[in-house]
Design a binder for this molecule. Structure first.
Ligand SMILES: *[C@@H]1O[C@H](CO)[C@@H](O)[C@H](O)[C@H]1NC(C)=O
Ligand SMILES: *[C@@H]1O[C@H](CO)[C@@H](O)[C@H](O)[C@H]1NC(C)=O
Ligand SMILES: *[C@@H]1O[C@H](CO)[C@@H](O)[C@H](O)[C@H]1NC(C)=O
Ligand SMILES: *[C@@H]1O[C@H](CO)[C@@H](O)[C@H](O)[C@H]1NC(C)=O
Ligand SMILES: *[C@@H]1O[C@H](CO)[C@@H](O)[C@H](O)[C@H]1NC(C)=O
Ligand SMILES: *[C@@H]1O[C@H](CO)[C@@H](O)[C@H](O)[C@H]1NC(C)=O
Ligand SMILES: *[C@@H]1O[C@H](CO)[C@@H](O)[C@H](O)[C@H]1NC(C)=O
Ligand SMILES: *[C@@H]1O[C@H](CO)[C@@H](O)[C@H](O)[C@H]1NC(C)=O
Ligand SMILES: *[C@@H]1O[C@H](CO)[C@@H](O)[C@H](O)[C@H]1NC(C)=O
Ligand SMILES: *[C@@H]1O[C@H](CO)[C@@H](O)[C@H](O)[C@H]1NC(C)=O
Ligand SMILES: *[C@@H]1O[C@H](CO)[C@@H](O)[C@H](O)[C@H]1NC(C)=O
Ligand SMILES: CC(=O)N[C@H]1CO[C@H](CO)[C@@H](O)[C@@H]1O
Length: 778
């Protein structure tokens, strides 16, 4: 049997070699050997990897133990089993069609943990190496990187390399694209890289160049450079030596990305217009530019896109920029208009949000109307831009947070056939007067009209928006019933909160999708909560008139995505369902101030992500379920104002409110010692709750708030309170204390609110009286 197996194995190996030879029949034996060396070198590389995602499981063989170790990985195609012999078919590996040599290795985004194995040197025909987003454990880029003579494309972005970039990298004279971004690399010796004479695309984002005042000079040594990315390099202003300008060595540079650096106007505007006449794209976001935008941008004849956001530029936009396609100058201090003697006829995107513009007109935008995106949000505009209705090709219009006082009518909007995103929010004097049967010419994606006068009637035209995904009409003065059609729309973020919306939500039993986020809080919506709303992730229906039970919460599918459920301040009633294990992602649950009754269900204890639980102001009876102890993340538990009779130890609580219940327990040290992180404790208004704590007890917590009024605290003054140096609120009225007020109380420096009324305290020591009078005099 063994013999036969061995024979079959041998045969198949022979056939494989034969087939390989037939395929490569034009290739010499030396070539075949060198291809085989490449294959072994890849297997060696795999051997050195720790495969976080199990990616490499297919690379390997019986001899190669790694195979088992990586049983289910993505690189499962890498192996030396018979069916995996041909490494050109391995995941991420490509070969030359003619010779079979490995020419490309693409292991992007695999979180592989490794060192670069020297065995890779055998891949002499490699022209493409992409190791982006892996983890090389903070190792240095190995010197042998310089031996891949044919490499044209090299990306080590975000792969956890550190240390000095080796000089040998400069040997890659065929390199076209080099990306070393977002590692922990230093480049001390730029000179070694000067041999990279074919470089056309260079990215060094996140490399700290704070001391490289010659960075611009270095760049001029790459004469074929077309695209340069130096984002977040802490770039200083460059030293401007004469030869930077005289030898027009950057004549091909067309894209310059320099956001998040320390470049200033006085320096930048001296070199930018002279280093290359072919610049098409410039991004200087978040530098230290200030003062006016220079006219000289006009000398960059090919400039199409200019981004100057997050600087301190003032004034207006020079007419020399009239050829641009996109102009972004958000978050500056602009206060000037577009020049009205100039036509910006090719502008398709104009982003001027977050400046100090107090007027804007559109006549300079010219014909044809190519403007697609206009953002003027966060300025001081009182009027809609004159002629805005003529911008009929607009796709997005953002004018939120201005001082608009206009009345929006159909004539403003009826040319916008291509509008997709409209944001006019936070203009509290902006009014809408649109007829209820208006049918807009557009189909929006997003509509944000919060904090405007949209009401009093519900804007029915919204129902014509079949593609609407995001609707925010909160704080919009709507005082009307909701149209049923609203619930059939494809919206997935819906905010109608803080209006006066009436009516019921239809029970669309056929609807199985809810919302990412639905906020209907602060309205007057009544009737039961339909099941489909529970298919959402973040649900706020608080401060309405919803009634009925929430038992149908149990009909939602297991593994539901709800993480916030706020149903507080409604008229909901009945017992709580006991199916909380279906909503295991819940973090915030607020059912306060309803008419719920019965026991608090045991399955609440399955919510191990729960942080905040409000059940106050209902009619819950019995004890807190002991399962709540499993909610390790629970920080806030508010069950005040119910008819609960029992307490529970919940070690991680920050805030415990069980006030105004029917608690009958005796509180001892062994109970309170469980709460190491407690800051707020309210057990007041439990007339059968008794405190029995030793006078020398030292609690594990430092409270800010302690409310024990209307409990049995006395007759002795609770001395342990003197250990609570952070206490601000202390209320112990109606608590049967008859001891004298201790002196230490007057030394509690953070205490601002104190109520000891209605006890049987007859004596205040001389010292305390003095201090108290001192305090009163202050
Ligand atoms: C190599 O072969 C593949 C498939 O036959 C083909 O898609 C590809 O274009 C070829 N590549 C070259 C460089 O000839
Ligand atoms: C980089 O490698 C070091 C050393 O192994 C490790 O401590 C660190 O977490 C890694 N960083 C990242 C972002 O993977
Ligand atoms: C590669 O570069 C290093 C340092 O720049 C140099 O010493 C070495 O001779 C070069 N190797 C080859 C093979 O060109
Ligand atoms: C820059 O130079 C300063 C002063 O010489 C030095 O302390 C700092 O480490 C240098 N920073 C870098 C990133 O090289
Ligand atoms: C610029 O040209 C001069 C004279 O031709 C030369 O000496 C200098 O090295 C060049 N500088 C650059 C950055 O190429
Ligand atoms: C527009 O006016 C400004 C200043 O008034 C002037 O500098 C600019 O050359 C004019 N542009 C055109 C195109 O006339
Ligand atoms: C309107 O925008 C579309 C999409 O960008 C564009 O193709 C079209 O040319 C524009 N219309 C005009 C009149 O410029
Ligand atoms: C709304 O527009 C109509 C005509 O379109 C007009 O009669 C009415 O007075 C306007 N209402 C307000 C409040 O401006
Ligand atoms: C919602 O859509 C369904 C199916 O398209 C339809 O039967 C139903 O009448 C619609 N309901 C409302 C309230 O528009
Ligand atoms: C909604 O309708 C379904 C099916 O018609 C029904 O089972 C369910 O009880 C209703 N839910 C509510 C809250 O009325
Ligand atoms: C209050 O104290 C006085 C004297 O210490 C005592 O006679 C009286 O019974 C106490 N009253 C209460 C309600 O504890
Ligand atoms: C050194 C040099 O050529 N400087 C020029 C850079 O560009 C500005 C504006 O175009 C000119 O005024 C400078 O002479």
């Amino acid at each position: 049997m063994m013999e036969i197996n061995r024979f079959i194995k041998l045969l198949s190996v022979l056939m494989f070699v034969l087939s390989l030879c037939m395929k490569l029949n034009s290739v010499s034996a030396a070539e075949v050997r060198s291809v085989e060396r490449e294959r072994l070198s890849l297997l060696k590389f795999k051997h050195d990897l720790v495969d976080a995602n199990g990616l490499l499981s297919y690379w390997g063989s019986e001899e190669d133990k790694i195979a088992q170790f990586n049983a289910d990985g993505v690189l499962s195609s890498w192996g030396s089993e018979e069916d995996k012999k041909e490494c050109c078919k391995w995941e991420g590996v490509s070969c030359s069609n003619g010779t079979g040599h490995v020419t490309s290795l693409n292991l992007v985004f695999h979180s592989l943990k490794a060192k670069l194995s020297p065995s890779l040197v055998d891949l002499q025909h490699l022209n493409y190496l992409n190791l982006r987003a892996n983890d090389f454990g903070g190792s240095e880029i190995p010197r042998f990187i310089g031996s891949f003579k044919n490499l044209r494309y090299l990306t080590l972005m975000g792969s956890n390399f550190s240390g000095e970039v080796p000089c040998e990298l400069g040997n890659l004279t065929n390199l076209n694209t080099l990306d070393l971004s977002y590692n922990n690399l230093r480049i001390k010796n730029f000179d070694c890289l000067y041999h990279l004479s074919s470089l056309s695309h260079l990215e060094l984002n996140g490399v700290n160049l704070i001391n490289q005042t010659s960075w611009l000079h270095h760049m001029t040594r790459f004469p074929l450079l077309e695209e340069l990315h130096l984002i977040g390099c802490q770039l200083p202003n460059p030293v401007l030596s004469f030869d930077i300008f005289t030898n027009s060595s950057l004549s091909k540079l067309s894209s310059l990305f320099l956001p998040n650096n320390y470049l200033t106007s006085s320096s930048t505007f001296r070199w930018m217009f002279n280093i290359s006449a072919s610049l098409k794209f410039i991004d200087l976001t978040n530098n230290q530019l200030e003062g006016p935008i220079p006219d000289s941008f006009g000398e960059l004849f090919f400039l199409e896109d200019l981004v100057l956001s997050y600087n301190k530029l003032r004034g207006g936009i020079p007419s020399s920029l009239h050829n641009l396609h996109t102009l972004e100058i958000s978050s500056n201090e602009l206060n000037g208009l577009l020049p009205d003697n100039t036509t910006f006829s090719s502008l398709s995107g104009l982003y001027l949000g977050n400046n100090k513009l107090n007027a804007f007109h559109t006549q300079c935008l010219g014909q044809p109307l190519v403007l697609r995106h206009l953002d003027l949000s966060n300025n001081q505009l009182k009027r809609l831009p004159e002629g805005i209705e003529k911008l009929s090709n607009l796709s997005s219009l953002g004018m939120s947070s201005n001082l608009l006082e206009d009345t929006i009518t159909e004539s403003h909007l009826s040319n916008f056939a291509n509008l997709e995103d409209l944001d006019l929010s936070w203009n509290s004097d902006l009014t809408f007067n649109l007829s209820s049967d208006w049918i807009p010419p557009f189909q929006l994606n997003s509509l944000t009209l919060s904090h405007c006068h949209l009401g009093p009637h519900f804007p029915n035209w919204i129902q014509t928006q079949n593609t609407l995904r995001w609707l925010d009409s909160s704080f919009a003065g709507i005082s009307d019933a909701m149209p049923n059609g609203l619930w059939n729309m494809s919206i997935d973020q819906l905010d109608l909160s803080h209006n006066n919306i009436r009516g019921k939500i239809p029970n669309l039993s056929s609807k199985s999708t809810g919302y990412f986020n639905i906020d209907l809080s602060y309205n007057n919506i009544s009737g039961p909560i339909p099941s489909f709303l529970f298919h959402s992730e973040e649900i706020d229906l608080s401060k309405n008139m919803f009634s009925g039970s929430i038992f149908h919460l149990c009909t939602i599918p297991k593994g539901s995505m709800i993480y916030k459920l706020d149903l507080s301040d409604n008229q909901l009633a009945g017992e709580l369902p006991n199916c909380w294990m279906n909503i295991s992602g819940l973090i915030v649950l607020d059912l306060a101030n309803n008419k719920f009754s019965g026991k608090i269900p045991l399955t609440l204890g399955t919510l191990d992500r729960l942080k905040v639980l409000h059940l106050r102001g209902n009619n819950f009876i019995g004890e807190l379920p002991s399962t709540l102890r499993n909610c390790n993340g629970l920080r806030t538990l508010d069950v005040g104002g119910n008819k609960l009779t029992g307490i529970e130890k919940l070690p991680n609580l920050n805030d415990l409110d069980m006030s105004s219940n029917l608690l009958e327990d005796t509180i001892t040290e062994s109970y309170l010692s469980n709460f190491a992180n407690l800051e707020y404790l309210d057990l007041s208004l439990n007339s059968d709750l008794t405190f029995n704590l030793r006078s020398d007890w030292i609690p594990p917590f430092q409270l800010r708030l302690l409310l024990l009024s209307n409990c049995h605290v006395g007759p002795h003054f609770p001395n342990w309170i003197q250990t609570q140096k952070t206490l601000v609120f202390l209320y112990i009225s109606f608590a049967g204390i008859s001891d004298a007020i201790p002196n230490w109380l007057w030394n509690m420096s953070s205490l601002s609110w104190l109520d000891l009324s209605h006890n049987n305290i007859t004596e205040i020591s001389r010292h305390s009286l003095d201090s108290a009078m001192l305090d009163a005099n202050k």
